[in-house]
Design a protein. Sequence first.
Length: 262
Amino acid sequence: MPTDTTSHANPKTPTLSIDLNADVAEGCGQDERLMSIISSANICCGLHAGSVADIHQTLQFAKHHGVQVGAHPSLDDRANFGRVAQQLNADAYHALMSYQLGAMQAMCDLHGLKLAYVKPHGALYNQAASDEHLAEILVKQLKAFNPELALMGLAGSQMIAVAESLGVAVIREAFADRRYTDAGTLVSRTKPHAVITNEEEAVQQVLGMVQAGHIITESGKTLSTQIDSICLHGDNEHAIAFAKKIKQALQQHGIAIKPLAI
């Protein structure tokens, strides 16, 4: 996990570029507007939300705007938007990943797009961030499907460490509007303070992440970690304005928006 640097800060050279990503094709109706803000799109694979039509249209938007495309596979759980943890056996996880990655690759082929990376969704993402065994199952399945795919995961997590140990390229992700625990994990959405709703607070969090490579936790500790991509949310009108403000702040500080070279 990220290193605690509260008492001995070690500022890094400011990052000159950062990737901005968002979860899309989930049926929220804001995908086309998001494409002018982000540089990478996590395309829902249809098991937690969205439809074939949503995926098809969102890939068209991504192609038009020159946005990098990644698969966003989840647990098979529309009722809970893929956010409730499940304990499955390895065979079930293999089936989940194969089904969703295969479908997304076929859709990318249809549109002449490169599938560049995989970012698990919701509970699958959070479980694999701290469960080394699950992370290994998912990363090995990704590698078997296409060893050129990168893995996008929580910066400093077990999932990133496992991917690196298996020779899979990684994209280390942080969240613009989420608070962090002292362990470097996301505060559970069941907690009232889990999501940052104040725009200026989110902007300052993102600038700290990108310029100094640090995350301030819910208790005020400073964790140092490498960050390649910032996740934005854009599932409603306010979220779009929020995302635009963050991008504008980054650009005003001389930080370019572009995907990590994979």
